[in-house]
Write a protein that binds this ligand. Sequence first.
Ligand SMILES: NC(=O)c1ccc[n+]([C@@H]2O[C@H](COP(=O)([O-])OP(=O)(O)OC[C@H]3O[C@@H](n4cnc5c(N)ncnc54)[C@H](OP(=O)(O)O)[C@@H]3O)[C@@H](O)[C@H]2O)c1
Length: 248
Amino acid sequence: MNLLVTGASSGFGRAIAKEFGSKGHKVIAIARRKEHLESLQSEIPHCTIVPCDICDKVALKNAIESLPKDFKEIDVLVHNAGLALGISSAQNCDFDDWERMIETNIKALTYLTHLILPQMVERKSGHIITIGSIAGRYPYPGGNVYGASKAFVRQFVLGLRSDLSGTNVRVSDIEPGLAEGSEFSLVRFKGDKQKADALYKGANALTPQDIAQAVYWVATLPPHININTLEMMPTSQSFSALNVHRES
Ligand SMILES: NC(=O)c1ccc[n+]([C@@H]2O[C@H](COP(=O)([O-])OP(=O)(O)OC[C@H]3O[C@@H](n4cnc5c(N)ncnc54)[C@H](OP(=O)(O)O)[C@@H]3O)[C@@H](O)[C@H]2O)c1
């Protein structure tokens, strides 16, 4: 099986690459930081790396078109690269943050799908797996555009399922909750490690390895089974009451 995973330089993407790579599958690893990809490559027997900003349409198209011959057929495409930026309320946010989340979590994901999907349909096999988030289902203060981008991802996956009827191409959205061991919160809090660490204190959160195992399970189920959406949370995480603002 050939895997293409975006955001393979850290966190979930790196763990997903290693999970497939350690089981003998060929891995195409995409991210911007070349040195991180090189270190990943040294740990996987059959791995080609693509240092590329997925928001750069021209660079991404060139990269896909120039894949080495034995990596050209993509069986599993994991859209993992993504980010949350900031936790401010909508009225106080930085619009550049919103734009970057939309560019990365939505636009780049749809463009890469557009590039890869035709070869899967032609072969009548393939699996597209997105890393969504529980933020796409449950709103929280400051989650605004990040949550909306992940809601887009889930609905896009369901729409693809409809369009791909009869093609044998599978599509799944994996939606994790609180997960530590990646750079997600460091990126969100713009390098504030204290703030990022505080989020996970005593939470026994999910790990990149947990997500990688879920992706691998979804991708290796018998071909007649399609997991549409898979929501996963640490046991410690649950729901709280809806907020009511009361006049004093
Ligand atoms: N951690 C959580 O709590 C959590 C929960 C639910 C969902 N998620 C989702 O899981 C996915 C992975 O997150 P993570 O927790 O593993 O965070 P992470 O460690 O920050 O990983 C994000 C990855 O995306 C890559 N990336 C970001 N922008 C990119 C761009 N323009 N072009 C190419 N690559 C880009 C980064 O690589 P470079 O910087 O090297 O480009 C990095 O490898 C994201 O979609 C996130 O929204 C995370």
